[in-house]
Design a protein around this ligand. Structure first.
Ligand SMILES: Cc1cc2nc3c(=O)[nH]c(=O)nc-3n(C[C@H](O)[C@H](O)[C@H](O)COP(=O)(O)O)c2cc1C
Length: 193
């Protein structure tokens, strides 16, 4: 199994309009593969402008926000590619597409790392942050997964958020639960085991 790094990927259209999306970058050799499912703005943008940035942030509200119509996160111009990076990035990589492997469901954009920069220290692991990212992945698959599985996994994740999270994780969790509730058209009873 390849290693996957959950990142905030920014792409841009031909007019320079940036688009922010959480994407799992797949390791391949010295580079990374961006594999967007169709249809997707990230995919359209990569075809139009074959560059991206991958920002690594510990602010998990960006992951939860992008899945709950809160995509307006501050960005900063990059040094070497025509796509900005996330202002809140602890580190970021600037990527150039070198090959496209087409696929009816999930094309793969192989990227060369043009440059890497560090902006702030890594503050350490936190289980609530990891739980929010897991929940964000579940929320991105609400249409595909059975309700019982979503409920079971959210119950488990909620305990890490309650026991180890701070205000940012609580806010990100609330956004995600609101989306789950809207999807189910009724309250979902997430509780501590
Ligand atoms: C941690 C995480 C990783 C994700 N990885 C992918 C991915 O590799 N490919 C993908 O198509 N969507 C992925 N998603 C879902 C996308 O973020 C979401 O569908 C997004 O809106 C992409 O579509 P867009 O480019 O049109 O915005 C991921 C979501 C999360 C929370």
């Amino acid at each position: 199994m390849p290693m996957i790094r959950e990142s905030i990927v920014i792409t841009a259209d031909r007019q320079g309009q940036a688009h922010i999306a959480p994407i799992g970058l797949i390791a391949e050799g010295d580079g990374w593969i961006i594999a967007p499912f169709r249809p997707s703005t990230t995919l359209d943008n990569l075809r139009a402008v074959p560059f991206a940035t991958a920002s690594h942030t510990d602010d998990v509200r960006v992951f939860a926000g992008c899945l709950t119509s809160r995509r307006d996160w501050p960005t900063i111009a990059s040094d070497n590619v025509p796509v900005p990076r996330l202002a809140a990035a602890l580190a970021h990589a600037e990527l150039a597409v070198t090959e496209v492997r087409d696929d009816p469901e999930r094309p793969r954009f192989l990227c060369r790392v043009v440059s890497i920069a560090t902006h702030a220290p890594f503050p350490g692991f936190n289980r609530a942050k990891a739980a929010v990212i897991e929940a964000a992945i579940l929320v991105s698959r609400l249409q595909m997964l059975p309700r019982e599985r979503i409920q079971r996994e959210l119950n488990h994740l909620q305990s890490a958020v309650d026991k180890t999270g701070g205000p940012e994780e609580a806010e990100a969790w609330r956004w995600l639960m609101e989306k789950v509730q809207a999807h189910e058209r009724g309250p979902i009873s997430v509780h501590n085991p």
